[in-house]
Design a protein around this ligand. Structure first.
Ligand SMILES: Nc1ncnc2c1ncn2[C@@H]1O[C@H](COP(=O)(O)OP(=O)(O)OP(=O)(O)O)[C@@H](O)[C@H]1O
Ligand SMILES: [Mg+2]
Length: 608
């Protein structure tokens, strides 16, 4: 984190996005820096004046040299004038480019922050559906294209117009006919630029999209590198990447080919213009219409008149790229944020934790019910266990409680009030989740444990939580204890250790409602006994939803729900369910058989 946060001018993003004309959006994106933009343009004009002045002065100087003999003093004065004009031009160019870069860096820094902020606020479902690599590409490569546009081309319009006008007026002062002949090519270059502009922006969009595919591939490959190695799929992955990379190459080649074609074409046209105009100027010298000095001035100025015309093409191309990139970023910015505070109900004394599911159905995609007519009731502070085959909807059910998703039909009541009336922010502050696959950040173990706590916590509190989650001794075993880094630069924790760290994290948050999604699936029997003791104290007096595959982990629950294909097929306490014919009894019998076979095996080995 930076030591000092540089404040920046706020931006009305909805206004930026509401503009029909994307160029106007880019203009609004520069809000607060328009002044810098103008100053940059003014310095640019100064530089152009200085340069034009140099050519004009050069012309008069040569004419005087031809006509009369200059004194030493006059020569020195001329040299000083040249020096001053060069210095003015250099200084103005520097200031202009510095201001343009200042605008570009600030504008894109602000955009990056808005984008990140927005991505944080997008819904759970948006993130589970979108590809990380694609978002990465938009937040980095596309933002960078805009940065380059603001640094080089946003002032390009001012630059081109300014240099063109100044050079044109200077030439017109020498001779009007020459000035008019020198701009004949403008319509030709303009037409060619527009044709290229259309094609190039399409080619560039395809190129960027393929870039996103490649980033996604790379990101998935790196995240799943263990699976790749375990299944010895390196060759397949290499081939897959190579194919996508070749496609990017192909699109890049197409894009660059058009780029490469444009420049020589405009070069030829501009050179023809140069030769034609110079020829006309030379005949004018021969016919005594203009002087030799004027010819030299004109020749220098002609280069500067053609330059903006040539750069019109580049301006159009770069602008088209910036518009494509902005469009790609705008798609993300326009995605609806999750409204964290839409509903406002927030009981003064906090919640008790009584939960009722009333004919709840839920579907991720239309017509495919993942939960079907689910009804049950759970008293505050009691434990509900969910059991069922994989894919039967257990995780989906608990994800409805913090309103990661909203029910499709029916209702969920918390302390008698419809869940939709609570703000998401409040609900999430009351619910602690130990996920099926907990995610740890690449920071110290201490920071990971205190991640969700919005208050200062003492080392004792942290250790207490870690002890209860049966992870304290493991942490002390590491060289740097609680300061040990997790992840890429530090230790790699096992699945069970991660789960226990996540339990410690939730213990510290001290939530009213607790969700344990298969939280002991990655630990051995012995550790599970330790954790279960921790979980018992964690569950004490909190409404708890526990998902587990081992009956032993859930048999003490107050209510057990057995799921099959999104429906509750059995419901009750352990003893009751055990005396019914059904899935529960079947699972119990199978697990009991496995356990006794295991015990027999252990006894046999021990007796040898
Ligand atoms: N984000 C999602 N979008 C669309 N469908 C989903 C999504 N998450 C889960 N599903 C589907 O919903 C169904 C239920 O999934 P869920 O994760 O709730 O099962 P589960 O009971 O928790 O399984 P497990 O025991 O393996 O964790 C599955 O068919 C799954 O494919
Ligand atoms: Mg699950």
């Amino acid at each position: 984190m930076s030591k000092q946060k540089v404040p920046y001018i706020p931006l009305d993003m909805p206004k930026v996005l509401s503009k029909k004309n994307k160029l106007l959006s880019l203009w609004h994106l520069m809000r607060g820096y328009h002044f810098h933009y103008f100053v940059s343009t003014i310095f640019l004009a100064l530089a152009a004046f200085a340069r034009t002045g140099m050519y004009v002065y050069l012309g008069t100087f040569i004419d005087r040299m031809i006509k009369e003999r200059l004194t030493g003093q006059e020569l020195t004065l001329s040299a000083l004038t040249f020096g001053a004009l060069i210095a003015l031009q250099a200084l103005s160019s520097f200031m202009s480019s510095w201001m343009a870069n200042f605008t570009a860096e600030n504008t894109t820094r602000r955009l990056r922050d808005y984008l990140f902020d927005h991505i944080q606020r997008l819904s759970y479902s948006y993130h589970s559906e979108s590809k990380t690599g694609d978002l990465l590409e938009r937040a980095t490569s596309d933002v960078d294209t805009l940065r380059r546009f603001f640094a080089d081309q946003a002032i390009g319009v001012g630059r081109i117009v300014m240099i063109f006008i100044i050079s044109f007026v200077a030439i017109a002062r020498i001779n009007m006919r020459l000035a008019l002949v020198s701009i004949i090519i403008i319509p030709i270059v303009l037409v060619i630029s527009i044709i290229f502009f259309k094609r190039l922006s399409k080619a560039y969009e395809a190129y960027q999209e393929q870039g996103a595919v490649l980033t996604t591939d790379l990101q998935e490959n790196l995240s799943g590198v263990r699976v790749v190695k375990a299944f010895a799929r390196q060759d397949y992955e290499i081939e897959k990447f190579d194919k996508q990379n070749a496609e990017k190459f192909r699109l890049g080649r197409k894009f660059n080919w058009m780029h490469a074609l444009f420049w020589p074409l405009s070069d030829i046209i501009c050179s023809a213009q140069n030769i034609g105009s110079s020829f006309l100027a030379a005949t004018m010298v021969l016919n005594d219409v203009i002087t030799i000095g004027a010819f030299i001035s004109f020749h220098g100025l002609l280069g500067w008149l053609i330059w903006p015309i040539r750069n019109l093409g580049r301006l159009i191309i770069d602008t088209s790229r910036a518009l494509v990139s902005f469009g790609r970023i705008a798609v993300v910015l326009q995605a609806v944020e999750e409204d964290m505070t839409a509903s406002t109900y927030q009981p003064k004394d906090g919640i008790k934790g009584q939960i009722t599911f009333d004919k709840v159905s839920f579907a991720y995609e239309k017509d495919f019910l993942v939960l079907d007519d689910v009804s049950f009731e759970c008293e505050a502070g009691k434990v509900v266990a969910l059991l069922g085959s994989t894919g039967s909807g257990k995780t989906s059910l608990v994800n409805l409680l913090p309103r990661f998703y909203d029910v499709t039909s029916g209702q969920i009541l918390l302390d008698g009030v419809n869940l939709n009336e609570y703000s998401r922010e409040f609900l999430r502050s009351q619910i602690g989740i130990v996920e099926q696959e907990p995610f740890l950040f690449s920071c110290s173990i201490r920071d990971n444990i205190t991640y969700g706590v919005h208050r200062d916590v003492s080392q004792e509190e942290i250790e207490e939580a870690a002890r209860e989650a049966a992870i304290h001794d493991v942490i002390l075993g590491f060289k740097h204890g609680y300061d040990t880094l997790v992840g890429e630069r530090g230790v790699t924790l096992s699945g069970g250790q991660k789960q226990r760290l996540a339990i410690a994290r939730t213990l510290l948050i001290n939530p009213r409602i607790l969700i344990l999604d298969d939280s002991t699936s990655s630990v051995d029997m012995e550790t599970e006994v330790q954790i279960r003791a921790a979980l018992d104290s964690l569950m004490n007096n909190r409404t708890t939803f526990i998902i587990a595959h081992r009956i032993q982990s859930i048999m003490n629950a107050d209510l057990i729900l057995v799921f099959d294909k999104g429906k509750i097929v059995q419901m009750g306490e352990h003893e009751v369910l055990l005396n019914q014919d059904g899935i529960y009894k079947d699972i119990y019998d199978i697990q009991a058989r496995i356990d006794s076979a295991l015990q027999e095996e252990i006894d046999r080995v021990e007796s040898i």
